[in-house]
Structures are given as structure tokens and as C-alpha cells.
Design a protein around this ligand. Structure first.
Ligand SMILES: Nc1ncnc2c1ncn2[C@@H]1O[C@H](COP(=O)(O)OP(=O)(O)OP(=O)(O)O)[C@@H](O)[C@H]1O
Ligand SMILES: [Mg+2]
Length: 690
């Protein structure tokens, strides 16, 4: 359970509403006072009007009662209205605080819990709202008056009051027990519901795959198991709740029978009048009602406590920096990675292991490596999304941890590996990061990403709605929009994780030109295995199991990467000043990629399939590039060893292979990325000699 200090947010939330709660309590006081009027009226009718034929008394009593009932109606209405205002404020404020809080949590914290957990938190806000402003709040106000009614009953009919005084603790006991039992049952039901929702969420997100592969047959047993689990827990919780409700009602009936019996005996003994018995019966209803309600409401309080606990956990969790002490100017974009070590699991092996790199502004750096070698993780570390276990990332010499997330997002453009876009217009998707971006900036970014022509070709242009998760767009169009999004606002650092995974060859060529242009003034890092993009890179960093295996000018590193013999670690790229500088302890890169070597007759023409990326970048020599003003001067590459055989990536221009170099984008690379050649067949002379 949270300490009181942990629930400070709740106190802060409710403190300004104290006035409203006071009003509600005051109104409840009057409502309960007026409730006394009915039994008193009945008592007077029996004792004075009926036996003494007191018509004028009756008239007076009826007029009085009409006024009381009108007043009671007005009071109850105003109480409901005040509580509605309280509900609205709780909803708005807690919802807003929760949203801000969740958005401020570090990415690792968000990844540590499944999606339904975060969704359920917003339902917890509803629980808090309903508890502090619903029937349970009214019950809380009414409960103290139970003692008032008991006191009045003591005055009118003492023998009956003793019966009620005896059952009172019994009700409390049943309510308390029901809260405890139902609490754990509700917790289990919630967990099973979350498991089921998690599965449903996954199925809905992957509905295309599910339909295409008819995975529903495989999913059905999983769904049925989780659904049955949830139903079982739900039934168990419902059964327990029903038994406590029934117990409360039985207790109420037993009390009514007991007090009527005791009342009858008291009348026979002439201790009380019949009127007193009837009035007491009515008053006991006002007393037993809240007590009976308490049995049901106690579990609401228990659920409320759980919801408050979960919200407190989020509100007290460590968040990312929200404000910078001093607003620094936009950086130039020079990046330094100082001995970065990072693991997802504190006990697990490091995923990023002692990486030292220096990347100058005005350069284009490629990050390559096998699947799972840690490229995306490293990009996220550079973005500041993950905090290294040890080591630092410096931006223009400043430790990145001092910057806020929004500052970093403004300075670092990012194209994620999975290009997520959101429902909304094309323009909104491009400007999500900078909503105030002027139109010419949006158009510039779209043109740079090669998506402008496609956008204006649509009837609604930039206002075109792209549908849920951009499903009305093709994969390549989504990717280009994600690239445009990263370019808005001229961020000095641009990180792109496989930006050409869904692009056709023409788009890739365009992207290459864009990157070369951008790299004149920006720090551009791309994770790629595309020969076209690799050609454009000044520097190349090869990761292997989270370590820098090789780094340096692309022309030097590419031949080494695919050389027959791996270079000794000590020779790992004595980088020139403007090339990525690495630690000297970098291990040798694996000499051969994981992909099987093709035979000559299997002249490798195929793009690697999804999930079958080459273990390392292409074997071909990079084409000489037109030197760019900002590009670092790199010595000509010296081939080290003989290039090992690689499928797919060959030197396009020098290849005598039979495949013509297609130009039409659609013809060159189908979106499936499987069969069409990206590069012509490598010449035989480039086949491995080993
Ligand atoms: N959120 C996560 N939680 C736990 N482990 C993770 C998480 N994300 C990645 N990993 C692990 O970290 C390692 C590196 O993953 P990463 O995504 O950085 O590889 P990558 O080099 O980008 O691979 P790919 O070329 O397939 O994109 C993998 O072994 C992966 O299983
Ligand atoms: Mg990756």
C-alpha cells in the first residue's frame, strides 16, 4: 500500500474541492434531518390524529410535510449537482495529470508493462471519480447520521434501539469481510482481463497477417483459454459478491423481524405505543439502508484503494527531465559516445558493450551489423530514449541527460525502424513534432523525403486523411512520410533506422541525394544495409554483438568488412579526425556473413528477404563519390583481403552481369522486397578466391 506521502497527488487533487465536500456534507445533514420528519409525521398521525380525530392537526402536519418534501427535493438536487462538478474536475484534472505523467515516463518504464496496463490506468481515473463523487461519497456523508437515528430511536423506543445497536457491528463485520474477499477476487479478474485484452490488441494490430495466414485457427485456442480464464474469475468474483449482498439483505430482514418482535413485546408491556413502533420501523429503514449499502460499497472502496495505489505508482515513478535550467542554443550536432554500456535486463548481458564513438557534424555515418547486433538500441541511446547503464552520450560536448525530451526531439530527427504514423491528415503527420511549422517548411521536408509529388497528386493533397495507423498508404509512402516528419524543423542531428526498407530503387536514389545534401550541414546517422545508401556514407561503423567491430571511412571499412580475413582488433580503424573514433579494443568483425555463399550458377541477384539481411554490409567496393564540401577527407580505401562472396550486393556500375539496371521504381523493387534485384549480378572476378 502506498504511504500517505505517496498519495499526495490525491490530496492535492481533492484539497481545492474541500468547499464542495463541505457543502455536500451540510446538505446531507439537512436531508437526514428532514428524513426524521416522515417517522415523526407517522407517529403524530397514529398517536394524535387517529385516536383524537384531530383533523386540524392533520391539515397542519400535511402542509408541513409538503414543505419538507419540496425542500428535500431541492436539497438532493443541489447535492447531485455539486457532486457532478466534483466528478468533472476529478476527471479532467486526474486524466490530464495521468496523461502528462505517462508521457513523461522513460521509454524503458513504458516498455516494462503491457499496453492494457496503461489503458487500465485511465479506467482507474473513472474509479476514483465515481468513488469521490458517486453513491459511495453520498453514503460516506450519510453514515454518521446512522448514530443520529439510533439516538432518536433510543428516545422513542429504547427496547428496539438495543436490537439495532446489536446488529450494527454485525453489518460492519460483513462489509469489511466482503471488501477483503472481493478485493483479491477483483484483482485476479482484472489481471485475466488484461491478458485477454493484450491478446486481442495483438490480434487486431496484426489483422492483415492473421487473415492472410489464417492464423485465427492458431489464435482461437489462445483466445478461448484467456477468455475462459477471465470468465472463470469473473464468475468467482460475481459469486462471492452475490453471497455477500444476500447476506446483507438477510441481515436486514432478520433485523426487521427482530425489532418488530421486540417492539410487539414492548407494546404488550406498555413500554411503547403502536405509533412508536411504526415510526421506529421507518427510522430503522434509514439506519439499515446505509448499513446494507455499506456491504456493497466496501468493495468499491477496496477497488478505489487499488486504483489509487496503481495511479500513485505511476505518479511517483521517476520521470524524464521536464525543464532545462538554461535553454541552450541549437547544437551543431557533434556526437560523442563515451564508453556506453547498456542492457535491457539489469541481470542480463550488455546489449551495447563499451561503445566509444565520435561523430562530427557535417558527416553521413552508416551503422551496420547483423540482426540483433544492437543498431536500433544504439540509435535509441543516442536519441536519449534509453539511459546507459554506464557511459555518456554528449551532444556538442554537453551531457545529453541535461536536456528535456522536447529539446532533444527538436534537435534530433528520427526515422524509426517501424515507421509508425497516426490517424489524421498527411500534414498533421508530418508536423506532429512541430505543429507550428510553416507550409513552406512542410513542403520542403516532403520534397526532401520524395513524398511531395505523391501528396499533391491526391484530391485532398496535404489534407488527405491517411486512416488508422496510415493504413490508406503503402508501406513506402508511410516510410517517406516518416522521413519527412524527421526533417521538419532542420534538426542538426538526423537518425534514420533502415530508412529505405520499404523504398523502391528510385526513391532510394532520391534519399541518397537528400542524405548527401543534408550531411553537408547536419550529423546524419543511418542504419542501413542498402548498397545505394552505403555508397553515400562518409563513415561506417560496424557493430557486432553490441561492440564496435570496425569503424572508419566507408571506403576503408567496407573492404575490410568483407575481406577474407578479419582485421586484427588493434588495426580497427585509426580514424581520421572527422571519422568516427572508436575504442581500440574493438573485436574483429566476423569475416563471413551469415548468409550462405551462392554458387556461380546461383548468381546472387536477389535482395535479401525480410529477416535475412546480410550479416554485414555488401561486399562491393563503394563507388567513388563526388566529394561534398562538408564530407571528411578520407584516404582511398585499401582493400584488405579478398572480398567474400555475398548475395545481392554487387558493384552496380562495373558489373557485366546481364541484369539491366531498372529505373522505374515499381519495377525495381517490389514492396515485398523479395524477388527483384536491387543490384546486378556481381562479376565473376569478384567471387571469393578462397
Ligand atoms: N525492448 C527490448 N527488451 C528486451 N530486449 C530487447 C528489446 N529490444 C531489443 N532487444 C534485444 O536487444 C538486442 C539488439 O536489438 P536491436 O533491435 O538493437 O538489434 P538491431 O541490430 O537493430 O537488429 P535488426 O537489424 O534486426 O533491426 C536483440 O538481441 C534484442 O533481442
Ligand atoms: Mg534494428
Amino acid at each position: 500500500m502506498a504511504e500517505n506521502g505517496d498519495r499526495k497527488w490525491l490530496h492535492d487533487l481533492l484539497r481545492p474541492m474541500k468547499g464542495s465536500f463541505r457543502e455536500v456534507f451540510l446538505i446531507s445533514f439537512f436531508v437526514n434531518m428532514l428524513a426524521l420528519a416522515v417517522p415523526v409525521f407517522v407517529l403524530q398521525i397514529y398517536d394524535r390524529v387517529v385516536f383524537h380525530a384531530g383533523i386540524s392537526t392533520l391539515q397542519g402536519l400535511v402542509i408541513g410535510m409538503v414543505l419538507v418534501l419540496i425542500f428535500d427535493y431541492v436539497l438532493r438536487n443541489s447535492r447531485a449537482r455539486i457532486l457532478q462538478t466534483v466528478a468533472l474536475r476529478v476527471d479532467v484534472q486526474t486524466g490530464r495529470i495521468l496523461f502528462n505523467r505517462v508521457m513523461s515516463l522513460p521509454l524503458r518504464a513504458l516498455e516494462s508493462k503491457p499496453a492494457p496496463y496503461w489503458q487500465a490506468l485511465f479506467r482507474d481515473v473513472e474509479v476514483v471519480r465515481n468513488t469521490v463523487s458517486g453513491s459511495s461519497a453520498i453514503l460516506l456523508c450519510d453514515l454518521p447520521f446512522v448514530f443520529l437515528f439510533l439516538g432518536v430511536i433510543f428516545l422513542i423506543a429504547e427496547p428496539i434501539a438495543w436490537v439495532l445497536a446489536l446488529v450494527f457491528p454485525l453489518f460492519i463485520l460483513v462489509a469489511w469481510r466482503s471488501g477483503n474477499v472481493l478485493n483479491s477476487a477483483a484483482q485476479k479478474e482484472r489481471e485475466t482481463a488484461m491478458n485477454r485484452d493484450d491478446l486481442i490488441g495483438g490480434i487486431i494490430n496484426g489483422r492483415t497477417t492473421i487473415k492472410a495466414l489464417a492464423l485465427d485457427r492458431a489464435m482461437r485456442p489462445m483466445w478461448e483459454e484467456k477468455h475462459a480464464d477471465n470468465i472463470e474469475n469473473s464468475v468467482q468474483r460475481g459469486g462471492k459478491a452475490d453471497s455477500f449482498t444476500a447476506l446483507g439483505q438477510t441481515l436486514t430482514l432478520v433485523t426487521t423481524v427482530s425489532l418488530t418482535t421486540v417492539g410487539a413485546l414492548a407494546i404488550i408491556n406498555q413500554e411503547i405505543t403502536i405509533g412508536a413502533l411504526i415510526a421506529t420501523n421507518m427510522l430503522s429503514g434509514r439506519l439499515l439502508g446505509p448499513l446494507n449499502q455499506l456491504v456493497n460499497t466496501w468493495k468499491i472502496y477496496a477497488g478505489f484503494r487499488q486504483s489509487v495505489q496503481r495511479l500513485s505508482d505511476v505518479f511517483n515513478a521517476e520521470v524524464e527531465r521536464q525543464e532545462s535550467e538554461v535553454a541552450l542554443d541549437k547544437p551543431k550536432g557533434e556526437l560523442t559516445l563515451e564508453n556506453i554500456i547498456f542492457s535491457y535486463n539489469p541481470e542480463g548481458a550488455p546489449i551495447i558493450n563499451d561503445i566509444k564513438l565520435g561523430i562530427k557534424s557535417g558527416s553521413l555515418t552508416a551503422l551496420v551489423g547483423k540482426n540483433g547486433s544492437g543498431k536500433t538500441t544504439l540509435i535509441k541511446l543516442i536519441l536519449g530514449l534509453y539511459k546507459p547503464n554506464s557511459g555518456r552520450v554528449l551532444l556538442d560536448g554537453a551531457d545529453m541527460t541535461q536536456f528535456t525530451r522536447s529539446e532533444l526531439a527538436g534537435w534530433i530527427g528520427y526515422v524509426p525502424q517501424d515507421c509508425v504514423v497516426f490517424a489524421g491528415s498527411v500534414r498533421e503527420n508530418i508536423t506532429h513534432g512541430s505543429p507550428d511549422a510553416p507550409d513552406n517548411e512542410v513542403i520542403r521536408a516532403a520534397k526532401s523525403a520524395g513524398v511531395h509529388d505523391f501528396i499533391i497528386d491526391m484530391p485532398d493533397g496535404y489534407a488527405t486523411e491517411i486512416g488508422e495507423a496510415g493504413q490508406r498508404l503503402s508501406g513506402g509512402q508511410r516510410q517517406r512520410i516518416a522521413i519527412a516528419r524527421a526533417l521538419v524543423g532542420h534538426p542538426p542531428v538526423i537518425l534514420m533506422d533502415e530508412p529505405s526498407g520499404s523504398l523502391d530503387r528510385q526513391a532510394e536514389e532520391e534519399l541518397k541525394r537528400t542524405l548527401m545534401e543534408l550531411a553537408k550541414q547536419h550529423t546524419v546517422i543511418i542504419v542501413t544495409h542498402s548498397p545505394i545508401l552505403l555508397q553515400a556514407c562518409d563513415n561506417l561503423v560496424a557493430l557486432d554483438k553490441g561492440r564496435v567491430a570496425l569503424a572508419g571511412p566507408t571506403k576503408d571499412v567496407l573492404p575490410r568488412l568483407f575481406g577474407r580475413a578479419a582485421p586484427p582488433p588493434s588495426s580497427a580503424t585509426p580514424a581520421p579526425p572527422s571519422t568516427p573514433s572508436t575504442g581500440a579494443s574493438a573485436p574483429a568483425v566476423p569475416a563471413a556473413p551469415a548468409t550462405p555463399k551462392p554458387t556461380q550458377s546461383q548468381a546472387p541477384q536477389r535482395q535479401p528477404q525480410a529477416g535475412q539481411k546480410p550479416a554485414a554490409p555488401p561486399q562491393k567496393q563503394p563507388q567513388p563519390q563526388p566529394s561534398r564540401p562538408g564530407a571528411p577527407a578520407v584516404p582511398p580505401a585499401k582493400p584488405v583481403g579478398t572480398p567474400a562472396a555475398q548475395p545481392a550486393q554487387a558493384q552496380p556500375t562495373s558489373s557485366p552481369g546481364p541484369q539491366p539496371k531498372p529505373t522505374a521504381p515499381q519495377a525495381t523493387k517490389p514492396q515485398t522486397g523479395q524477388a527483384a534485384p536491387k543490384a546486378p549480378t556481381p562479376p565473376q572476378t569478384r567471387r571469393p578466391q578462397s
